[in-house]
Design a protein around this ligand. Structure first.
Ligand code: XIL
Length: 493
């Protein structure tokens, strides 16, 4: 028989009040890079404005450490169990379920008013020996169904999405060998998704993998599978991209890859990001890591169906990386002393998080009252204004509009031979358009002139690479994209 988790509402209300108190305390503890950096608006508040969630992987034992807890409570509005909901944690012995740690994760998420993300139901790893030892397909099917019923059933209604199947592919796009693949064949993925839908009809059901972050054989295998599953009416709602990355190696097709899945009709999420480097970390690598984190978050914001970004941990002292990738680490936005790193600031800037007690964060005045109407309204239509030959940039500008406002997404590419050490973009906004708020750059408007200058983390743009920035504006009818764009005074093509 399935056990369902019951929430003790009164007790949880008390916990929330306590958490609110701790949150204030957390704000004081947290001042990033004491004295050097201003305090930023929490990531989660900035994320709210984009309608995305910023998550972290929680091991509940770490909550006893005040520095860890303060960051968890302040910055995140989604929580995923780093290990506590996996098969070996929940059903070590067949038919005997233990949810102690998993419940702690669920309760903590609720106490900070964060979404709870489920990870993971069917996976070849962290799988008890009694499962890998099964040899009869019917027996394995029973075991898989019972496990899904019990675990997804317990958190039904609480979990926003489940990684139903995790890491099903080899890097070459063939199916990974696992007991599920061997005994049940390719169809085990559809079976697991269908069973999960029965066990929790409200959670979004995802497939999740690593090295699928750019366009390659593995991500294309995932893409083809999702297309087939949808064509067959199998419930698949989302795809997770783990994004365990190496510094300086965000795939150039990262955003494009997210977008192609979104275009298939599934939601996407960056589910486990960390960006590792050789340790001890160099200042140059920490700066590059910041740019990489900024790129990851900006890519998600640029894709309508991207639900958000989850960081695989909080601080470098509690990261799986050093234990698995020899000689590497420093992969998270806080160091082992809970001091924020440049990557923290890059994420805050990519989200457009304001400075607390400093500049107010502008809020869009015209909230969307309906759905964006139709396709983005266009590429720049006019010709660049500069002389031919003086442009070392290309600009692409798309606008997605609703009645009184729109969101603009801008990609600036360095088409010259030398790196930009910093950049300032200027353009003329069509009449009636007023900047409300921007991200991944410092945005300002004077008359009809719109200016965006680089954020600290994306000023350096080597030849052949791009930066992605965006903004919200109100409008009085004209939703056209600007006609001409300049970078550092030179007209862009
Ligand atoms: C890792 C955890 O972080 C470690 O604590 C554990 O020992 C092994 O698993 N892909 C996944 C995650 O989907 O579940 C893994 O988490 C990291 C790789």
């Amino acid at each position: 028989m399935r056990t369902t988790r019951r929430r003790a509402r009164a007790a949880l209300a008390a916990t929330s009040a306590a958490a609110a108190g701790a949150l204030l305390l957390g704000g004081a503890v947290l001042a990033p890079a004491q004295g050097a950096e201003p305090v930023r608006e929490p990531w989660r508040d900035a994320a709210d404005r984009h309608d995305v969630t910023l998550g972290f992987a929680l091991s509940p034992g770490h909550l006893a450490t005040p520095g860890y807890r303060a960051i968890a409570e302040r910055e995140f509005n989604l929580v995923v169990a780093e290990n506590a909901m996996k098969w070996d944690a929940t059903e070590q012995t067949r038919g005997t379920f233990s949810f102690g740690q998993a419940d702690q994760v669920a309760d903590f998420a609720e106490s900070i008013d964060a979404d709870l993300y489920g990870h993971t139901l069917v996976w070849h790893s962290q799988l008890p020996g009694w499962v890998t030892g099964i040899t009869d397909p019917a027996d394995l099917r029973d075991a898989m169904n019972d496990h899904i019923d019990a675990v997804a059933g317990r958190y039904a209604g609480d979990v926003v999405a489940w990684d139903v199947v995790n890491e099903l592919w080899n890097d070459d796009g063939t199916r990974r060998d696992s007991v599920f693949q061997r005994l049940l064949g390719d169809g085990y993925v559809a079976e697991a998704l269908q069973r999960a839908r029965q066990a929790d009809p409200t959670a979004k059901l995802c497939l999740n993998d690593y090295n699928t972050d750019g366009i390659n054989a593995k991500s294309t295998a995932m893409y083809d599978l999702v297309a087939d599953l949808k064509a067959d009416g199998v419930p698949v709602d989302c795809v997770g991209f783990q994004s365990h990355l190496v510094v300086g190696q965000v795939p150039s097709t990262y955003r494009q890859n997210l977008q192609r899945f979104a275009d298939l009709g599934v939601d996407v999420r960056i589910t486990e990001v960390d960006i590792r480097m050789n340790v001890p970390a160099s200042a140059a690598n920490l700066a590059q890591q910041a740019r990489d984190y900024g790129t990851v978050v900006s890519a998600c914001l640029a894709v309508d169906r991207c639900d958000g970004v989850t960081v695989w941990g909080i601080d470098d002292g509690h990261s799986w990386v050093p234990g698995v990738f020899s000689g590497q680490g420093a992969a998270l936005p806080w160091d082992a002393s809970y001091q924020s790193k440049p990557a923290y600031t890059a994420v805050a800037e990519a989200l457009g998080a304001g400075l607390e007690g400093g500049e107010p964060t502008p809020t869009p005045t015209g909230e969307p009252t309906g759905e964006p109407t139709g396709e983005p309204t266009g590429e720049p239509t006019g010709e660049p204004t500069g002389e031919p030959g003086d442009a070392d940039c290309a600009a692409s500008w798309s606008v997605s509009s609703w009645n009184t406002g729109h969101t603009g997404s801008v990609t600036l590419t360095n088409t010259g031979d030398t790196a930009w050490a910093g950049w300032a973009m200027t353009t003329t906004l069509p009449a009636g358009q007023t900047l409300q708020q921007g991200w991944s750059a410092q945005w300002s408007q004077s008359g009809s002139t719109l200016t965006a200058t680089n954020a600290a983390w994306n000023g350096s743009v080597p030849p052949g690479t791009s930066v992605q920035i965006g903004y919200n504006a109100s409008h009085t009818g004209s939703t056209a994209a600007p006609a001409a764009v300049s970078v550092n005074g030179a007209a862009c093509s």
